[in-house]
Design a protein around this ligand. Sequence first.
Ligand code: KMT
Ligand code: NI
Length: 176
Amino acid sequence: MRAYIFENSDLDQREPHDSGVEASLDDLKAIGVLYWKFDGPDALQQIDALSAERKYKNRDEITVSPDALGAVYEEKVKSFFAEHLHEDEEIRYIVDGTGYFDVRDKNDVWIRIAMGKGDMIILPAGMYHRFTTDSKNYLKAMRLFKEDPLWTPINRPLADDNKHRAEYLSHFNITA
Ligand code: KMT
Ligand code: NI
């Protein structure tokens, strides 16, 4: 995992857009993003322990690649990249491959989180974010969720008035 300020440009979303300005784990924590590295022989046990603690009862796996998704791959990647939020946490464990999760910081600037095998992340409910594969076009992720996940992506600005958005902003003291 590496996090840095996203540099806006006309380049494809799958390019690194690397400004060279790093973001730390504390920077991520300040906006409610939690991160762990779970690899090696104990990875599954570590995932199970976190799932028990946070009451994630279910999980599935998704492969985001042209091989797995065929003709709809490009369309899917575009839709994941539309800025959105969810009414529940978004919990992802990277099983294989690489990809980018972009999250908004307190000043509404994008932080790009480059994720790879063994990286586990939680994005809080109500936080605007987006996802894309990188130029390797291959990511396999475990999606974890509570019993009845509120998973529907709600795009910006439609979600601006959502109560989970308001709760997120007040919890993390964000006024931007
Ligand atoms: C989301 O909500 O942004 C996603 O689920 C992205 C795909 S999971 C790698
Ligand atoms: Ni999402």
